[in-house]
Design a protein around this ligand. Structure first.
Ligand code: FA5
Length: 340
């Protein structure tokens, strides 16, 4: 009987080693201490033991019982501690019940398209930069070769603040800052919200998004510019889209171009979304003017570069077939949540 007790002890210890959860330990407890457990079995055996041996065997069984109870209690405490630790570590610190409502939110179509374009340019080695929405006259105009009283300022009706600062009218406002920050060679894109005091219609908003891109290196030419524009558009649309390049005037590029996309709402026939022209101005671009490079601290003997100013809001219109740009700023969740 002593031998059976020590055998059971060994089995118990072996099983205890493999215990992984509170449930496992409960099972082990039943197996050894339960009504039909091993200990009860030993008690039955004790009945058949001669009286003179009963005390010795009874003591052995009792010791075994106490040892099991102690080990089980210790293991239970250890496992409970561990379970709490896991629970606490895996519980988010926000109220999950707030997210229960189905269809609670979705990304804004402009965010979706912005992220898409960002990852396209990132894969081509461009870094992504953020820049303030409140800027100064120097960065928005002067550093872009647009001195005070230059007629080009009229192209962008500006919102001025009482501090003398202004709301960024175009993402080009970050060009000088980024050139100074990184120097050459340089590949960067910088998306941002722009503000212009203009009358709104189906393809013009007073608050809209652009994504600027610049690439500066040795021997950069117009063919590099065209390559990057074509790659970006074919990746965004996943199919060939018709574009046209025509001369465009911007004081900060020379030569400058207007890149238009054939209106995907009307297929080029003319509609309010493209102001009946069949084409939509999407991404003006050009070779960065040497004066702008100089103001950015770039060595113009060695480096040239291109820049573009992609109309992200218009790109979202074309990609998602949104007929009126105002839908995008409308806050109409029914409409906006459809674009995924
Ligand atoms: C500019 O803003 C230049 N900074 C772009 C540039 C960058 C040229 C680098 C050369 C080199 P523009 O004013 O044309 O250019 O605007 C660029 C694009 O932003 C337009 O083609 C259009 O897609 C979009 N955009 C301009 N105004 C609005 C508006 N009111 N609503 C919606 N999108 C607009």
């Amino acid at each position: 009987m002593i031998e059976k007790t020590s055998q059971l002890k060994k089995i118990f210890e072996e099983k205890l080693k493999n215990i992984k959860s509170v449930q496992d330990i409960e099972q082990l407890k039943v197996e050894f201490l339960g009504k039909k457990g091993s200990l009860q079995e030993l008690m039955q055996d004790l009945r058949a033991v001669p009286n003179e041996k009963k005390k010795e065997f009874g003591q052995a069984i009792n010791n075994f019982k106490q040892a099991i109870e102690k080990s089980i209690e210790e293991k239970q405490k250890e496992l409970k501690k561990l379970e709490w630790k896991i629970k606490i570590e895996s519980t988010p610190s926000y109220d999950e019940s707030l997210l229960i409502q189905k269809d609670f939110g979705s990304l804004h179509p402009i965010t979706i398209i912005q992220r898409e374009v960002e990852s396209i340019f990132e894969s081509m080695g461009f870094t992504i930069e953020n820049y303030s929405e409140i800027v100064d006259d120097y960065h928005c105009f002067e550093a872009l070769n647009i001195p005070p009283y230059h007629p080009a300022r009229d192209m962008q009706d500006t919102y001025y603040l009482s501090t003398g600062q202004l709301l960024k009218t175009h993402t080009s406002a970050a060009q000088n800052y980024i050139m100074r920050k990184y120097g050459a060679p340089l590949r960067a894109i910088f998306p941002g919200r722009c503000f212009r005091n203009e009358s709104i219609d189906a393809c013009h908003e007073n608050t809209f998004f652009q994504m600027e891109g610049i690439m500066i290196d040795e021997n950069i030419s117009i063919s590099n510019l065209i390559y990057f524009m074509k790659t970006m558009l074919s990746e965004v649309f996943g199919r060939p889209v018709e574009v046209r390049l025509r001369p465009g005037f911007f004081p900060f590029v020379e030569p400058g171009f207007e890149l238009d996309i054939k209106c995907l709402i009307c297929g080029g026939e003319g509609c309010p979304s493209c102001k009946d022209s069949g084409w939509l101005e999407l991404c003006p671009c050009g070779m960065i003017h040497p004066k702008v490079l100089e103001m950015g601290g770039i060595d113009t003997e060695k480096y040239t570069g291109f820049a573009f100013g992609l109309g992200l809001t218009r790109l979202a219109m074309m990609k998602y077939g949104i007929k009126d740009i105002r839908t995008l700023n409308s806050g109409n969740l029914k409409a906006l949540s459809q674009f995924v």
